[in-house]
Design a protein around this ligand. Structure first.
Ligand code: AMP
Length: 287
């Protein structure tokens, strides 16, 4: 596995591959890999000839009071894990190379960025969209793989690619969970044992919502009430938002009609966790 840190060197390599008709797949990450990241890499490997994984903790997507400094980092461990899944290039640009002094260009996906996490993390998705477009230009992939764990991010990247005619196929992959159901996240390392137990309430809430919908309940009020109850009865938790949204527009819906996405953001101690699930209207009652 080659490690490239210089954006110009990465882009030169990408252009050589492109000239030879080599199909490049990119998995953008902030590192501290877990099985969720590895599942994207394993899938990405099947989509093309060369798999590039970018590892960049992007400062422009963190707010001034957020965890940019503390964000877990472990380069040697990450490099070992990436090499084992057959990554061709681990691309690790530095902050100075990505945002040299005088940098001033940003991408904003206006409407999709407003609600859900966007309402609690001003500027976050502007930072995400910008860095992803820069990575696309540096790596020149034909396809890029993202996790549904960050569902709003995936929707925003899809919209950006469509709006700006970016010739990259955006591929979404399912959430990978711990055996007990907690969605894997690099930030789970912040949780102490008591908080780790409390964090399970997100998955329990998702199960409760799926169960309600499976038995024919479609109402947003009733579903969110059950979800809220699961969270508020758990110590050390504070809700940022609970939402039932249209899977494409991310606008709130009043009922699960066809498909809807349940999205949650909950702080457990000082750690902000997000999770989501697809809810599919049950037609059991109408046969
Ligand atoms: P991150 O390093 O947290 O920025 O995540 C890099 C990519 O991995 C993003 O596309 C995430 O959505 C994806 N990802 C993170 N956690 C998971 C998970 N538990 N399951 C699937 N994909 C994930």
């Amino acid at each position: 596995m080659e490690i490239i840190a210089d954006p110009l060197k990465m882009q030169a390599q990408a252009l050589r591959w492109r000239a030879r008709g080599v199909k490049v797949v990119l998995v953008p990450t902030m590192g501290f890999f877990h099985q969720g990241h590895l599942s994207l890499m394993e899938y990405g490997r099947t989509l093309g000839d060369k798999l590039v994984v970018s590892l960049f903790v992007n400062p422009t997507q963190f707010g001034p009071t957020e965890d940019y400094q503390q964000y877990p980092r472990g380069f040697d461990r990450d490099a070992d894990m990436a090499a084992k899944v057959g990554v061709e290039v681990l691309y690790t640009p530095g902050v100075e190379a990505m945002y040299p002094s005088g940098y001033q260009t940003y991408v904003e996906v206006e409407h999709l960025s407003k609600g859900l996490c966007g309402a609690f993390r001003p500027g976050h998705f502007k930072g995400v969209a910008t860095v992803v477009l820069k990575l696309f230009n540096q790596v020149q992939p034909q396809a890029a793989v993202f996790g549904e764990k960050d569902y709003q991010q995936l929707a925003i990247i899809r919209q950006m690619a469509a709006d700006l005619n970016v010739p990259v196929d955006i591929v979404g992959r399912p959430i990978v969970r711990e055996p007990d159901g907690l969605a894997m996240s690099s930030r789970n390392t912040y949780l102490n044992p008591e908080e780790r137990g409390a964090a399970l309430c997100l998955y329990r809430a998702i199960l409760a919502a799926r169960e309600l919908v499976a038995t024919g309940e479609n109402s947003r009020t009733k579903i969110l009430k059950a979800v809220k109850q699961m969270i508020t009865q758990t110590p050390h938790t504070a809700i940022d938002y609970l939402a039932l949204v249209d899977p494409k527009t991310l606008q709130e819906v009043e009922a699960v009609q066809g498909e809807a996405r349940l999205a949650l953001a909950v702080r457990v101690g000082k750690t902000r966790l997000i999770d989501n699930t697809l809810l599919t209207e049950s037609r059991l009652c109408c046969v």
